[in-house]
Design a protein around this ligand. Structure first.
Ligand code: PLP
Length: 396
């Protein structure tokens, strides 16, 4: 009989020549456990998903209760389903007036797709502006606005009319013009290695979009749901988007994403043509129940109040000559090394020492620090000790 590892190698379509290949039997809180009983600190939360840790009791309870009631009933947008309406209400309560209409989908890439279609439909224009090193997903439309040539070249032709600007370059904003349907931006670019759009730039971008009639899309699929210390990263500035994208941690560990806009803008998807965007599983009742439990827990248990302190703790204890800098906000951090070789070696050593981390899609010399938000101060200290020990063992 083949082992799990052999089955993985034999039958699961590969995405990389060198997958981590770690076998995990169960997970709890910030820990992952392999079949041989080895315990790993999860410092990446399944890539910014498990914000409340693994197996959170409030989320498990909500899933169990919803399982008893019903699973899938109907494609998105036809039946009145209380998991969706309750989640929508809870979310609307923390969003500004221009973001009061929610379209639930199943993945981040689908949220990007929906938002791009919505912007084209509402404005009647088709040109799109994005940014170098942006990541918005892997489907054709989302890939078209992803700012990395190497990832795209084999899949052309992609969407026409997409221009890429340099992040934080005010002069480049001139390239947004009357033909631009939308500008899509991550307020903090994740896969670029946690690069922040500065507040002045976002303000100028908002102004330019208002002048030209382009819709401003904030992709908060990775930065949302408290990762940066506020529920949404845009709350660190005064700038609000016309369309907000959520995904990843939004579903409390189950697949759920959304594109959110005003009722006025969103209503255009329901006519000329009707069914302007269709999804079978968008807003799955189990995912919505889990998402509601997660959102309520974040709000009611003040999960976000200690995040700034937790960030400071990482910054204080991750000091070493080999560490060239730490970027980011809240628990969305990047540890910069001199080069990729050093980064890969530290990551490998950390895994041996029982700590799981990763690099970034478009920045292989930086290490990802994005643990569950519930990580304790003691666990942060322990994580920092492991990272420093890993660096020292490599004699860097
Ligand atoms: N947008 C951002 C900012 C992301 O980080 C990701 C995934 O990493 C996506 C979109 C795509 O999300 P998904 O993998 O759920 O399609």
């Amino acid at each position: 009989m083949l082992s799990n590892r052999q089955l993985f190698a034999q039958y699961l379509a590969p995405v990389s020549p060198t997958p981590v290949g770690l076998e995990i039997e169960r997970a709890e809180g910030i820990y992952l456990f392999s079949p041989d009983g080895k315990k790993y600190i999860d410092l990446i939360s399944g890539i910014s998903v498990s914000n409340l840790g693994h197996g959170h009791p409030a989320i498990k309870k909500a899933i169990a209760e919803q399982t008893e009631r019903n699973l899938h009933l109907m494609v998105y947008g036809e039946f009145v389903q209380s998991p969706q309406t309750a989640l929508a209400k809870e979310l609307i309560d923390v969003l500004p007036d221009q973001l009061h209409s929610i379209y639930f989908v199943s993945s981040g890439a689908e949220a990007t797709e929906g938002a791009l279609k919505l912007a084209k439909r509402f404005t009647g224009k088709h040109e799109i502006v994005s940014f170098h090193n942006a990541y918005h997903g892997s489907t054709h439309g989302a890939l078209s606005v992803t700012g990395n040539e190497a990832l795209k070249n084999a899949f052309r032709p992609l969407l026409p009319g997409v221009a890429f600007l340099e992040l934080n370059n005010l002069i480049e904003l001139r390239r947004i013009n009357d033909k631009t349907a939308c500008v899509i931006i991550e307020p903090i670019q994740g896969e670029a290695g946690v690069i922040e759009a500065d507040a002045k730039f976002l303000k100028a971008l908002r102004k330019r979009c208002d002048e030209t009639g382009a819709l401003l899309i904030f992709d908060e699929i990775q930065t949302g749901m408290g990762r940066t210390g506020k529920l949404f990263a845009y709350q660190h500035t005064e700038v609000k988007p016309d369309i907000l994208l959520l995904g990843k941690a939004f579903g409390g560990g189950l697949p759920l994403a959304a594109f959110i806009s005003s009722k006025d803008i969103m209503s255009t998807l329901s006519h000329s043509p009707a069914l302007g965007h269709i999804t079978t599983f968008g807003g799955h009742p189990l995912s919505c129940a889990a998402a509601l439990a997660a959102l309520k827990y974040i709000k009611e248990e003040q999960v976000l109040s200690p995040i700034e302190e937790k960030e400071k703790l990482f910054r204080k204890h991750l000091i070493h000559a080999a560490i060239k800098g730490i970027r980011g906000k809240g628990l969305f951090l990047a540890l910069q090394f001199e080069n990729a070789e050093i980064n890969f070696a530290v990551i490998k050593k950390c895994l041996e020492l029982g700590l799981l981390t990763d690099w970034f899609l478009f920045n292989d010399s930086a290490m990802r620090i994005a643990p569950p938000l519930i990580i304790t101060k003691e666990q942060i200290m322990e994580s920092c000790e492991i990272i420093i020990k890993a660096i020292n063992k490599l004699k860097l």
